[in-house]
Ligand binder design. Structure first.
Ligand SMILES: Cc1ncc(COP(=O)(O)O)c(C=O)c1O
Length: 385
């Protein structure tokens, strides 16, 4: 811009020269923007789908992440949301209308069922179903059923669902299937190849991978569904910060290695826990007694870093003393980051209310596995004593 005669105040905003942008490096550049410039009004009036128009419509940073996430599952399109929970809410809003019926597995991430209860006020009836129902889901289908949710394995009670069977029934009745695929992160299982319409992710977990960012996304199998989700997101102003998108972009290159590592660590610890006299059952999809284990063997290429333990005859106080005694496993919600986590739940009714009171869910991180085992042993001793 030729601004030689312009005042400093102006040149602070419209500088005389810009650095070359011919630059390529490992990280995707962070483009922060609300306003986006156009060279002409004709360009500003261009409402083409891919046109950058305003920060809500995405920046090169957020779109890079969308393309990479879509690429993992071969999706027609990906839409980012500010959290995994926001991606779940967006799915309902885009897919369901008053009078519609939706189905949600009892094993689903609890806030999903809270949204379901909220939707009752808007005339959307969400019915809870047994995650192990498989093709039996057909008995719950009505002519109002619009959406079937799946989550496999359930992130606390670990039931592996027969998603291919559910998708077949759904296709027969023209019902949408949305899978919360946060556990598999698109690497261990791809629901889109089995006929699911939407694969919903909490990018907060393995894609972000460092416990420092909240984000979600929806991968859509068809162009039509991708457009529907994108249009709804833009209508509602659902978008993400490019800084947060950059954190997730930084996580992706190491995601496969991180998951492979925590898979090994979690299997090691889950096997050790299974041998402890104070343990009734370890819920891990790779264990034959985990509900849906055969389906996991058929459909999944591996397991991730979370598993749950049901203690044998411990009181509630002992379960809580065990968790409070852990030193390396920190007490905290979420999973998929470097720090190992443990959590007990009040009022958990899975697998049964009585067992739910004795359940602790672990997310295994990157600490040395022998140190983690020693931490568990110490806490068992303290809680048993
Ligand atoms: C299975 C599952 N889905 C979705 C979410 C929500 O993700 P976020 O924490 O990004 O809202 C979580 C969070 O724990 C989860 O465990």
């Amino acid at each position: 811009m030729g601004g030689g005669r312009r005042k400093t105040e102006t040149r602070l905003i419209h500088p005389d020269a810009h650095a070359s942008r011919d630059f390529e490096a490992v990280p995707t550049p962070i483009y922060r923007a609300s306003t986006v410039f156009f060279d002409s009004l004709a360009e500003a009036f261009d409402h083409g789908e891919d046109h950058y128009r305003y920060g809500v419509n995405g920046t090169p940073t957020t779109r890079e992440l969308e393309l990479r996430m879509a690429g993992i599952e071969g999706a027609a399109g990906c839409i980012l949301a500010p959290s995994g929970l926001a991606a779940i809410a967006l799915t309902y809003i885009a897919c369901c209308r008053p009078g519609d019926h939706a189905l949600l597995p009892a094993s689903a991430y609890a806030p999903n069922s809270r949204i379901a209860r909220f939707l009752a006020d808007f005339g959307i009836d969400v019915q809870i179903y047994d995650p192990c129902i498989g093709a039996g889901i057909e008995s719950l289908v009505t002519d109002r059923t619009r959406l079937i949710w799946c989550e496999s394995p359930g992130s606390i009670s670990m039931e592996v669902q027969d998603i291919p069977a559910i998708c077949k029934i759904a296709a027969r009745h023209d019902i949408l299937v949305a899978v919360d695929n946060s556990y598999a992160a698109g690497l261990l299982f791809n629901p889109l190849t089995h006929g699911a319409d939407l694969s919903v992710h909490a990018l907060t977990k393995y894609p972000g991978g460092h416990g420092d960012v909240l984000m979600g996304c929806i991968n859509a199998r068809s162009d039509r569904m991708a457009k529907k989700m994108r249009d709804t997101a833009r209508l509602l102003g659902i978008c993400v910060s490019p800084d947060d998108a950059a954190l997730v972009l930084r996580g992706l290159p190491s995601m496969a290695m991180r998951i492979a590592h925590v898979e090994r660590q979690a299997l090691d610890l889950a096997r050790w826990m299974r041998d402890q006299p104070c343990v009734e059952k370890v819920l891990h999809p790779a264990f034959p007694d985990c509900p849906g284990h055969e389906i996991w063997k058929r459909d999944f290429s591996g397991s991730a870093g979370i598993f749950s333990v049901i203690f044998l005859d411990w009181s509630r106080a002992q379960v809580e003393a065990f968790v409070d005694s852990l030193e390396l496993f920190r007490i905290g919600y979420s999973w998929g980051g470097p720090v190992s986590l443990a959590m007990a739940y009040r009022g958990l009714d899975r697998p049964t209310p009585e067992k739910g009171a004795r359940l602790v869910r672990f997310s295994v991180g990157f600490e040395d596995v022998e140190d983690l085992r020693a931490d568990l042993a110490r806490a068992i001793e303290r809680a048993s004593g």
